[in-house]
Design a protein. Sequence first.
Length: 319
Amino acid sequence: MQAAILREEMRNLGCRPPLYSSGLSMLGPALLKYGSDAQKFEHLPRIARGEIRWCQGFSEPGAGSDLASLKTRAQDCGDHLLVDGEKIWTSHGDAADWIFCLVRTDFAAPKHKGIGFLLIDMASPGVSTRPIRLISGVSPFCGTLFDNVRVPKANLVGAPNAGWDIAKYLLTHEREMIGGRDVRVGAQRPLYELAVREIGLERGRLVDAALRTDLACYEIDSLAFDLTIRRVRERSASAQGIGALSSMLKYYSAALIQRRQELTMSIAGTRALLLESDGATPGETARGWLSSRGHSIAGGTSEIQLNIIAKQVLHLPGT
């Protein structure tokens, strides 16, 4: 609660946000639960101090929503593993120091049972990255290639084939992180202020009545979502995390972010369609709208989140 209050006050003051990284929000909790003492001692202090940047190696070109179909291989070679394969959508992979990866440790086992969770130094020979350009023109994403990469066995977290359970636990923290972000973070000004500047007032109200209603509904839903985040976190035991409820937060957060971008486009009108600067309009509105479409995919598609909510939160019967 103290951390939540601090974040809110810093946001209200317009302060630069504190340290954020995949190591802090995802790998750290997984190492606390599944890592060996040596792994905790080596990695957790550097994660907490911001001395090392981690990226995530889960998705592959042929394994997205069906993540357990991954093919990246980790062959047991005695004191080390030999890793070959490819990961995709590696956020900030070109700037990361280390990557936590899901790798296939047993091709004979059922696909969910033959997966390991491996920590790999990005400076290892055979690791390379290539940027992925998105429709918005910019992207944090990379493809990551592993070509006969030697990784010490000491970097394997948990049992050799226990990676799927570790990944599921880590993903609840990723979705909590994504869903727990204030959907208004990063906005230069509240939407109603932008609307007043772009459209104007008449008798103290926005001229566009339909847009006025949409803005009011968005603000109400955003405030309700903030309260939902607080309620979920208060109900959960801090040592256990929030489990499947993280899918609920992630799903609705994506929807709100996309609604905000739609409203921003409506407020700016035809000028919002510009991708490049014309001297007055820099093009961020269109790029922001294009980028927002990916929020219903990143961290697990909205369809997958709805399945998790139906099964694990609402306990609906299967078909």
